[in-house]
Design a protein. Structure first.
Length: 353
């Protein structure tokens, strides 16, 4: 072999090999007329770590109350999305049926003064059973939501703050990818994960024992999210074959913090609680959250939609509240800072009808 030929082969072979490296396409490619049955279940389990309390400007020893709190919040959504018109891999128009919407909060409390108490709060939504059409508006760059039944007499307020994307598009790469490629997703994808579909108007039902509902229980996961900072790192793991079907696997890691002023939302939800002769009015409510963990997204390559998402991580929540109390003994001002920590899990799935 001539030296020049050998030199060419030495230089060209790596270049040709790189050119031939396989790349996979992971994007929304459903066909018009396709209906996806999507289920989103999010579970938060929290335990009280610390409570700081100030009464009328004087620091109180909260440990004397021996307060213990364990809380489990399960949010479950079932949506049917029928893609009526596609445009270059994007959903130009689709109809969403809100099949089932539910949120359940189970709280166990125990303290030295009143003993043990269990509280269960179930939330439902007026959107359940309703069809909503989302249409892409190219001029505004946003989806417009309207009731699919043009003669519907439902309250249009139900459409406010709904989110069109429940396809987890924020986790996808910008182009074709090869194994071990990494990219940073925008931290705003946390909203799509914690509040699929946006504000689906889940409202607590009256408790069975007639106890007043804490207005903070009307807040959704999306309401809790505010100014989001941090990193969402995605890594392409390649194709996996399950039962003869190819899935693109994407690992994603969350390291996110969020802070939000919930005062106005609390006031809109009633802003006070009255029980046993004590009226509590919330003057301010601020919440900070930190989420860290990792999950895997499986994407159905042939049919062009997400198949499943599983996530497990740690969550810490700090709620700082200022309240005015009206009691039989007189008026009082109280401040509380409650720190809770625990786990966050997500289990999402999508199948074709």
């Amino acid at each position: 072999m001539k030296l020049s030929t050998l030199l060419f082969a030495t230089i060209a072979t790596p270049a040709l090999f790189a050119f031939a490296m396989p790349a996979d396409t992971v994007s929304l490619q459903v066909k018009a007329g396709t209906t996806l049955n999507k289920t989103f279940e999010t579970t938060v389990e929290l335990t009280l770590d610390e409570m700081r309390m100030v009464m009328n400007g004087e620091e109180m020893d909260a440990s004397m109350y021996g307060l213990e709190i364990d809380m489990t919040n399960v949010n479950t959504l079932n949506l049917l999305d029928t893609y009526t018109r596609m445009d270059d891999g994007s959903a130009a128009s689709f109809v969403r049926t809100f099949e089932a919407l539910a949120n359940n909060v189970e709280t166990s409390q125990n303290n030295a003064m009143s003993g043990a108490m269990d509280l269960s709060v179930a939330s439902t939504s007026e959107l359940e059973g309703i069809d909503v059409r989302f249409t892409w508006n190219a001029e505004s760059g946003e989806y417009e939501a309207a009731f699919a039944d043009e003669e519907s007499d439902e309250d249009v307020e139900l459409l406010v703050d709904l989110t069109a994307d429940t396809d987890l598009l924020g986790l996808l790469p910008a182009g074709d990818v090869a194994v071990d490629d990494t990219w940073e997703a925008d931290s705003s994808v946390l909203m799509a994960l914690m509040a699929p579909g946006g504000n689906v108007k889940l409202m607590p039902e009256e408790s069975a024992d007639g106890a007043p509902t804490d207005p903070t229980s009307e807040l959704s996961f999306g309401d809790m999210m505010g100014d989001i900072e941090g990193e969402v790192t995605c890594t392409y793991l390649g194709l996996r074959e399950i039962d003869g079907v190819s899935f693109a696997a994407i690992k994603f890691e969350l390291d996110i913090t969020s802070s939000n002023d919930l005062t106005e939302l609390i006031k809109e939800a009633g802003g006070n609680v009255e029980q046993d002769g004590v009226e509590i009015e919330f003057n301010s409510v601020d919440v900070e959250m930190a989420i860290e963990g990792e999950g895997t997204l499986l994407w159905d390559v042939r049919n062009g939609h997400f198949s499943s998402l599983e996530f497990s991580g740690d969550l810490e929540q700090i709620m700082d509240m200022s309240m005015a109390l009206s009691t039989p003994q007189g008026e009082m001002d109280m401040e509380q800072a409650i720190t809770m920590s625990g786990s966050l899990t997500m289990d999402f799935s999508a199948t074709q009808e």
